[in-house]
Design a binder for this molecule. Structure first.
Ligand SMILES: Nc1ncnc2c1ncn2[C@@H]1O[C@H](COP(=O)(O)OP(=O)(O)OP(=O)(O)O)[C@@H](O)[C@H]1O
Ligand SMILES: [Mg+2]
Length: 412
C-alpha cells in the first residue's frame, strides 16, 4: 500500500499542503518544531482515525483556523491498494456553541469518507493500514500496561474488523457491568442480573484474548531474528501475554520482576509465553464466580482483556525492568518491523511504515538491514533532524524533502 497524493488543510502547522509521494522510501528532514511529527501524525490518523498524541482533537486544528467562522481541518490522500486507487479523507469540524454570558464552547465532529462517501469509523478502519514508530514508543516496554493494551488493540483493529467490533462491545459491557456491580452491592438490583453480563463479558473477552494471543505468536516468530540483526547480540527476544484470567487467583497484579532471595531475577518459563487457550472461556467464567465477592466489594470488573498485559523478555528476563534504554528501543523497533510482517500476512498489503526520528541513531549497517527488511513494495515515511545520520547509499534510494515551518520542499 502507498499514498501517492497527500493533502492537508488547517492541520496543525499545515494551513495548506499538497504533496506527490513516490512508492518506497521518503525522507523528511527539518529542524526541531518544523512539522515533521505533525505530518506523520496526519498520515497515521488516516489509518486509525485517532491521533497518537493529541489529548483532544481540537489541538489538531490550525490555531488561526480556529478563529474562522466554521473551523475545520482536513487530511486527504489517494491510496494505492492492490490494483485499485482510493481517495480517502478525514475532516474535523469545530462547531462554536454560545454557552450564554458571551462565552462559547467548541464541539468537535469527525467524518471519514472513501471516494467522497461518508463511512462510519468502524467500517472505515482498515482502509489505510499503518505502523508508527516514534521515540515515545520505548514506553511500550517500560511504561504502564494500558499503553501495551492499546498497542495490541490498534494493531488488531486495523486488520480485523471483527476484533474492533468485539472490542467496542466489550468496552460497553465492562462499563455496564461495573455499574450493575455497584447497584448489586447497594442491594438496588438482585445478584442474578449479573449472569447475562458475565456471559457476554466472557464471550467477547475470550475472543479478544484469542486474537491477541495469535498476534503475539506471529510476532514471536520474527522477533528474535530481527532483534539479533539490529542489536548484534545473541539474545532471544519474546513478548509474553499475561492474562488476568490466569492470574486471577493471585490477590495482587502479577509482578514480573520479583527478585528471588538468591538475587537472580525471576525468570519466566518459556512455556508461559502465551496463555493456554483451551478451555479459556470456562476458566474466565470460573474466575468470575470465584472472584464475585471481590468484584462486588470494589464495584469493578477485575478479570478480562482490559486487565491483561504483555511483557518483553530478553533471554527470559523482563526487559522493562532490567533492559537498557537502547535495548528497549531496539526491541520496539524489532516489534514494529515484525508488526509490518503480521499486517502484510493478514491483509496481503504492506502497511505504511512511519518512522519518526528513530533511524538516524543506527549505524549504516543496521540502517541497511532495516531497508532490506522492508523490501521495495509499500511506502516508508521517515523523519530526521539530521540527514548526516544516514549513509549515502541509504539516501540514494530515498526521495528527500525538507520541512520548514509548515511548508515542504523537494530537497535540492
Ligand atoms: N494546532 C496547531 N496550530 C498551529 N501550530 C501548531 C499546532 N499544533 C502544533 N503546532 C506547532 O507545531 C510545531 C511542532 O511540530 P512537530 O511536532 O511536527 O515538530 P517536529 O518537526 O517533529 O520537531 P522535533 O524535531 O522537535 O520532533 C510546534 O511549533 C507547535 O507550535
Ligand atoms: Mg517530532
Amino acid at each position: 500500500m502507498w499514498l501517492n497524493r497527500f493533502a492537508l488543510t488547517n492541520f496543525r502547522t499545515y494551513v495548506r499542503l499538497g504533496l506527490e509521494l513516490p512508492q518506497g522510501l521518503v525522507v523528511f528532514h527539518g529542524a526541531n518544531g518544523q512539522g515533521k511529527t505533525n505530518l506523520l501524525e496526519a498520515v497515521y490518523m488516516l489509518a486509525t482515525t485517532k491521533s497518537p498524541r493529541a489529548s483532544s482533537d481540537r489541538e489538531l486544528i490550525n490555531w488561526l483556523a480556529l478563529d474562522q467562522a466554521q473551523p475545520f481541518a482536513r487530511i486527504a490522500a489517494s491510496v494505492h491498494r492492490g490494483a485499485s486507487e482510493l481517495h480517502v479523507d478525514l475532516t474535523l469540524r469545530a462547531e462554536i456553541n454560545p454557552t450564554g454570558n458571551g462565552a462559547h464552547g467548541l464541539t468537535l465532529s469527525k467524518q471519514v469518507r472513501v471516494g467522497g462517501l461518508p463511512q462510519r469509523a468502524i467500517e472505515y478502519v482498515g482502509t489505510v493500514i499503518a505502523v508508527l514508530f516514534s521515540p515515545e514508543d520505548v514506553g511500550l516496554v517500560s511504561g504502564p500496561p494500558a499503553g501495551r493494551r492499546r498497542y495490541l488493540d490498534i494493531t488488531l483493529s486495523q486488520v480485523n474488523s471483527r476484533y474492533l467490533r468485539a472490542l467496542q462491545r466489550y468496552t460497553k459491557i465492562v462499563a455496564q457491568r461495573n455499574h450493575l456491580l455497584r447497584q448489586v452491592r447497594e442491594r438496588r438490583q438482585p445478584l442474578g442480573l449479573l449472569e447475562p453480563w458475565d456471559a457476554e463479558l466472557v464471550r467477547s473477552g475470550s475472543y479478544i484474548i484469542e486474537e491477541r494471543t495469535r498476534l503475539l505468536a506471529t510476532l514471536n516468530g520474527h522477533l528474535t531474528e530481527l532483534f539479533r540483526a539490529l542489536s548484534g547480540s545473541r539474545a532471544r527476544l519474546e513478548v509474553a501475554y499475561r492474562s488476568s484470567v490466569d492470574g486471577a487467583s493471585a490477590e495482587e497484579p502479577v509482578e514480573h520482576a520479583v527478585v528471588r532471595e538468591s538475587g537472580t531475577p525471576w525468570r519466566d518459563s518459556p512455556a508461559a509465553t502465551l496463555p493456554n487457550l483451551a478451555g479459556l472461556a470456562e476458566r474466565f467464567a470460573r474466575c468470575l464466580s470465584v472472584g464475585r465477592e471481590r468484584e462486588l466489594a470494589q464495584g469493578v470488573s477485575l478479570v478480562g482483556p482490559h486487565r491483561d498485559d504483555l511483557v518483553f523478555l530478553l533471554d527470559d528476563v523482563p526487559l522493562g525492568t532490567y533492559g537498557s534504554r537502547g535495548q528497549q528501543r531496539l526491541a520496539v523497533l524489532a516489534l514494529k518491523l515484525a508488526e509490518v510482517d503480521f499486517m502484510r500476512a493478514e491483509t496481503g498489503e504492506r502497511p505504511l511504515l512511519l518512522l519518526d526520528d528513530v533511524l538516524s541513531e543506527l549505524d549504516p549497517a543496521r540502517q541497511a538491514f532495516v531497508l532490506q527488511t522492508l523490501g521495495t513494495e509499500g511506502q516508508t515515511l521517515l523523519t530526521t533532524t539530521d540527514l548526516g545520520g544516514f549513509d549515502a547509499s541509504f539516501l540514494a534510494r530515498a526521495r528527500v524533502y525538507r520541512i520548514e515551518d509548515g511548508t515542504i520542499h523537494a530537497a535540492a
